[in-house]
Design a binder for this molecule. Sequence first.
Ligand code: HEM
Ligand SMILES: *[C@@H]1O[C@H](CO)[C@@H](O)[C@H](O)[C@H]1NC(C)=O
Ligand SMILES: *[C@@H]1O[C@H](CO)[C@@H](O)[C@H](O)[C@H]1NC(C)=O
Ligand SMILES: *[C@@H]1O[C@H](CO)[C@@H](O)[C@H](O)[C@H]1NC(C)=O
Ligand SMILES: *[C@@H]1O[C@H](CO)[C@@H](O)[C@H](O)[C@H]1NC(C)=O
Ligand SMILES: CC(=O)N[C@H]1CO[C@H](CO)[C@@H](O)[C@@H]1O
Length: 323
Amino acid sequence: MVMRRGFTLLVLLIILQTGEGQLSQGFYNTTCPKVESIVREVVSQKFNQTFVTVPATLRLFFHDCFVEGCDASVIIASPNGDAEKDASDNLSLAGDGFDTVIKAKKAVEAKCPKVVSCADILAIAARDVVVLAGGPSFEVELGRRDGLISKASRVAGNLPGPNFNLSQLNFMFGKHNLTQTDMIALSGAHTVGFSHCSRFANRLYSFSPSSPVDPDLDPVYAQQLKQDCPQNVDPRIAINMDPQTPRTFDNKYFKNLVAKKGLFTSDEVLFTNPTSKPTVVRFSKKQNVFKEAFITAMRKLGRVGVKTGRAGEIRVDCTAINS
Ligand code: HEM
Ligand SMILES: *[C@@H]1O[C@H](CO)[C@@H](O)[C@H](O)[C@H]1NC(C)=O
Ligand SMILES: *[C@@H]1O[C@H](CO)[C@@H](O)[C@H](O)[C@H]1NC(C)=O
Ligand SMILES: *[C@@H]1O[C@H](CO)[C@@H](O)[C@H](O)[C@H]1NC(C)=O
Ligand SMILES: *[C@@H]1O[C@H](CO)[C@@H](O)[C@H](O)[C@H]1NC(C)=O
Ligand SMILES: CC(=O)N[C@H]1CO[C@H](CO)[C@@H](O)[C@@H]1O
C-alpha cells in the first residue's frame, strides 16, 4: 500500500515536472491565480480608450497561432525589420493589439514575475476583447510557452489571403487540424474591424474582362464600396468589414454573406460554394449556433503548435527573446 502510494506520487511528480503537452484551464492556479483578472482589467482600460483594441487583438492572436504556433512570436520586435511582424502583412496588424499585450504583461509581471507567458496573455486578451464587443465568453486553456523564433521569411504561405477560394482556405486551416466548420466560424471574426481598400479593390475595378465588378457582390454595396474606395485612394484608408454593426461581435457577418455583402472573395465564397453554404446559412439564422462554433474553434486555434513543458521560454519582455 505504502509502495503503491509512493509510486503514484512519483508518477504525479514526473507529470508535474515535465508538464508535457497539455494546456489546462487551471495552469496558473497556484503560481498566478489572479492572472485572468489582471489581464481583463488592462484590456478593458485599453478598450475604453479605443475600440480598435478588439479587432487588433483578435487578429493578432490568429496571425500568431498560424505562424510558428500560438507562441507570441508575432510580438517580437526586430531592429533589422526581419521579424515575423515585419512580413508584408504587417502593415495591417494594428499597433493596438501589440500594445494591449505589452501593457497586460507589465501588469502581470508586477504581481507574478517570470511566470506567465506572453502567448497565454495574448490568448486571454483575445477572449476578453470578444466578450467586450458582445461576443460569447469561454474558458481559455493555458500553459503555452513563448517561442524562440520570429522571422518574416517564415510567414509566407502560412496566412490566408483575401482572394483564397474554399479549397485553399480548407487546406490552410486543415494543416492545423481546424475543420471547415471551424474555419467558417473563425471567419465570423470579420464581424468587427477594418480592411484597407487594396484588399478587395480587384472586386470593384478589375474582376474580369467581361465584368469589372464581381458578380457575387451586391450591386448597391459595390457602388458604396467604390465611393469609399475610389481608384488610387490613399493606401491608409480602411473601411468597416461589417457595415451594419462594426462594433458588435454578432452573426451579422453571416447575414451579410447571404445578402452578397461579404467584403473579401474569401468571405463571400463561404456562401457561394455549395459545400460551405449550409453552414453559413445556419450561422446567419442562429446566433447561438455560431457562438458555440466560434468558442470550439477559438479553443482549437489556441492549441495550434503550442510549446509546453520545457520548450520555449517565459519571456520577460514580450517584444524580445530573453537574453
Ligand atoms: C479565413 C481566412 C482569412 C482571411 C483571408 C483574412 C483576411 C483578412 C484581411 C485581408 C483583413 C484586412 C486587413 C487590412 O487590410 O487591414 C483582415 C482583417 C481582420 N481579420 Fe481576417 N482573415 C481571415 C481569417 C481571420 C480569422 C480566423 C480571424 C480571427 C479569429 C480574423 C480576424 C480579423 C480581424 C479582427 C480583422 C480586422 C483587423 C483590424 O481591424 O485591425 N481573420 N482579415
Ligand atoms: C483552478 O481553479 C479553478 C477555480 O478556482 C477550478 O475550477 C479549477 O478546477 C482549478 N484547476 C486546477 C487544475 O487546479
Ligand atoms: C471602462 O468604462 C466603463 C464604462 O464607462 C466603466 O464602467 C469601467 O469601469 C471602465 N473600465 C476601466 C478598466 O477603466
Ligand atoms: C482554388 O485555387 C487554386 C490555386 O489557385 C486552384 O488550383 C484550384 O483549382 C482552385 N479551386 C477551385 C475550386 O476553384
Ligand atoms: C491533428 O490531429 C491528429 C489526430 O487527432 C493528431 O494525430 C495530429 O498530431 C494533430 N496535428 C496537429 C498539427 O495538431
Ligand atoms: C510598419 C512596418 O513595419 N512596415 C514594414 C512591413 O514590411 C515591409 C516588408 O515586408 C517593410 O518594408 C515595411 O517597412
